[in-house]
Write a protein that binds this ligand. Structure first.
Ligand code: ADP
Ligand code: MG
Length: 689
């Protein structure tokens, strides 16, 4: 605990209005206040000579008012010149209370802080902070640098600073440091209290740049403890989950699963067999499965989902399969229908475009227990879908389950908690996965199904665009299909859509014998689907697309992809896009067309893409080149709710986090609880199943 009462309301001078404002900054507890790090520092520890000032810096100065006047110009303003003997400085006020002009009289000694600007013939400060002091009274200068925080309307820096002061004080009185030197990655790091003091009240000689960039040991110390607390929450959650007997034992489906395996048009790979048995073992337990299946694009995750569904159904339960988009849901519906209907399993297709009557009949069949599998988008499942006996939920192309999603599903399943299988094509390096998915069991499909053509990747300068066009013509003449991906040019979807339209028109002129389609983010869902469906049916030969092309869409005949301006994309996106080709048996190619000159990082990326098609290798290289930000995307890291730590910057801490977490969980459960309570606060409900 930081203090006997860690709620903001308990602080002196904090009323309901301030609490609201603090909430806007995501500050809910005293701990949050301490984790709200300064965005810059101001030096009010020493007075500067006016003669030494230069425009652009922020400085503390003192001087006597030489004269002051209200200037009537285009805008009325109060001008006030001060002098400290070394030089003169003008203070300028545009908006000021009426009394101010009277008060700032000649002879008065002022201390001012503000940004120095070049004025007319002299330096000036516009709207400086100022106060009246006695000349030469330097005792009252700050001893530490002054922090400036991100704030919100109505919440002044002074208020924030004084709240942080109180929080520091309470922490000094009541806060405990739970981590001794043996639990830290480096010796010589400050204790927690000291770390907070160094961050919020740094001494004048502190390397503030290191503080702001998070390299300073004080910030590292806090980031480490935050990561540790998050990791502990996830691990404790998993331990509790495994100990709970709230899920149905689904061990009666081996017969149906076996039938499915026998009727599949292919043999399962060794990796698929292994993952299938991992899933089967989980489902046979009375504690809910929470498994993440990672498998590169095309590694064959759908069949794993189908087998899991068969096991649920064979055990007398139902399964739900969710996809992020309507298009993917439909693809699953087609695939699963072709595999499961022959085994006399009824499927309920909760299509967004189906008629009300069709929807109603699908829902009835689910509620009555006739349908064994429900398929739809995530959004559809948030509506009033009722199950007879839901035992398994499969979530495609999503990294992790949101807490709300989990709770909603639990409700749908009634008194039991369904087993959950989440599938993602985004490969995540191991250390990272172990830290951020510590609440999940992870399975890996690390083998490509046989009979796939390799994807050959080349990087070509846009100067050779004509050759690329000829290459497309050749492929289309052979009856193949191709993608032309337009990468983001502008931050605006509108302009990008426009650019894609123009490219499509241009290509239509250059390849006038070909059928060209277009898909971009500004099209209505139905239009997009129509274009995708036509492409899948072979009616469109060349599909011009922005980077919106759906994850997971499978058009086996598409064997050529051009990525225009490939240097603009990160490795994760390039890899995902390239995964759209190479799904059939013919050899495929990916042309990375770049506009030079290339930066060192872009060059490295294109090289990695040429060298390998293995998503995990690419993820590792990406991590080396520029940290995990890209592969994880801000949404996923944001989900974790980290305030100080940054997975990319602080990846070196992760090994120790895992090791120490393991030790604490077995040896010091009281410390685990204390850390979780301190840092996770509100969110800790998540940790209690
Ligand atoms: P993803 O992991 O990207 O979701 P899919 O499940 O869509 O991959 O599988 C991609 C393609 O590979 C599908 O056409 C699927 O039927 C096929 N496939 C899956 N497993 C095998 C296998 N063991 N042998 C041959 N083809 C397979
Ligand atoms: Mg898939």
């Amino acid at each position: 605990m930081i203090a006997p009462d860690w709620r903001l309301q308990a602080l002196p001078g904090v009323g309901e209005r301030s609490v609201q404002r603090l909430h806007r900054l995501n500050i809910y507890t005293l701990a949050d206040l301490l984790l709200h790090l300064p965005i810059r520092y101001e030096d009010r520890t020493r007075l500067r000579r006016i003669a030494d000032l230069s425009a652009g810096e922020r400085a503390l100065v003192e001087g006597a008012i030489a004269w002051s006047e209200v200037a009537q110009g285009r805008r009325r303003r109060l001008l006030c010149r001060i002098s400290d003997g070394s030089g003169q400085l003008d203070l300028v006020f545009f908006n000021y209370p009426p009394k101010t002009a009277e008060r700032l009289q000649r002879g008065l000694w002022l201390r001012c802080f503000g940004e120095v600007r070049a004025g007319y013939g002299s330096l000036q400060m516009v709207h400086p902070e100022y106060k009246r002091v006695k000349p030469g009274d330097t005792d009252r200068l700050s001893e530490a640098l002054t922090p400036v925080y991100r704030s919100t309307d109505g919440l002044h820096q002074k208020k924030l600073r004084s709240l942080v002061d109180v929080a520091l004080e309470l922490f000094a009185q009541h806060g405990q440091d739970h981590l001794d030197g043996s639990m830290l990655p480096e010796s010589g790091w400050p204790g927690l209290l000291e770390a907070f003091q160094q961050i919020h009240r740094p001494s004048p000689e502190t390397d503030t740049q290191a503080l702001l960039e998070g390299r300073h040991p004080a910030v590292q110390r806090v980031a480490y403890e935050e990561l540790l607390a998050h990791h502990l929450t996830l691990r404790r959650y998993r331990l509790n989950l495994h100990a709970a007997a709230t899920a149905p034992v689904l061990d009666g489906g081996e017969g149906l699963a076996g039938q499915l395996r026998d009727t599949l048009p292919f043999e399962l790979t060794a990796a698929q067999l292994r993952v299938d048995s991992e899933v089967a073992a989980d489902m046979a337990q009375p504690s809910p499965m929470l498994r993440l299946l990672q498998g590169d694009v095309g590694s064959g995750k759908t069949v794993i989902a189908a087998l899991a569904c068969a096991r649920a159904i064979g055990s007398g339960y139902q399964a739900a399969v969710m996809a992020p988009t309507e298009l993917l849901a439909e693809q699953h519906w087609r695939t699963l229908s072709s595999w499961l209907i022959p085994l006399e399993v009824e499927l309920a297709w909760l299509s967004g475009s189906a008629s009300t009557a069709q929807r109603r009949s699908a829902m009835q069949s689910l509620a009555a227990g006739r349908a064994g599998v429900a398929i739809g988008t995530h959004a559809l499942f948030q509506e009033a879908v009722e199950f007879f006996r839901l035992g398994l939920v499969v979530i495609d192309e999503q990294h992790r389950f949101g807490v709300n999603q989990r709770l909603a599903l639990k409700e749908k399943a009634g008194s039991v908690e369904p087993h959950q299988l989440s599938m993602t094509a985004t490969p995540i390096p191991r250390t990272l996965a172990m830290t951020i998915y510590a609440d999940l069991d992870v399975s890996l499909l690390d083998e490509r199904p046989p009979g796939r053509g390799e994807v050959k990747t080349v990087a070509v300068s846009s100067a050779r665009r004509d050759e690329v066009i000829e290459r497309i013509r050749g492929a289309l003449l052979e009856g193949r299909q191709a993608y032309w991906v337009c990468t983001l040019v502008e931050a605006s979807e509108e302009l990008d859509a426009q650019a894609a339209e123009e490219t499509a028109e241009e290509l239509a002129r250059e390849l006038d014998e070909c059928t060209i389609g277009l898909i971009h983010g500004r099209m209505a869902a139905a239009e997009k689907e129509r274009a995708m469906a036509q492409f899948a049916a072979g009616e469109i030969e060349l599909l011009v697309a922005t980077t919106v092309i759906e994850v997971g869409v499978d058009v086996a005949n598409a064997s050529l992809m051009i990525i225009d301006n490939a240097e603009r994309l990160g490795l994760a996106q390039l890899h995902q896009l390239r995964g759209r080709v190479g799904r059939g048996s013919s050899a495929s190619s990916c042309v990375l067309m770049y506009h030079g000159p290339l930066s060192a990082v872009s060059r490295q990326r294109l090289e990695v893409m040429r060298e390998t098609t293995d998503g995990f290798v690419i993820a590792e290289r990406d991590l080396q080149i520029r940290g995990p930000g890209e592969f994880l995307g801000s949404r996923q890291t944001g989900d974790l709710g980290l305030k100080v730590a940054d997975l990319s910057r602080d990846k070196a801490l992760l090994d120790t986090v895992q090791r120490v977490a393991g030790r604490l969980l077995t040896e010091q459960p009281d410390v685990v609880e204390a850390l979780i309570e301190r840092w996770i606060g509100e969110a800790q409900r998540y940790g209690q199943v």
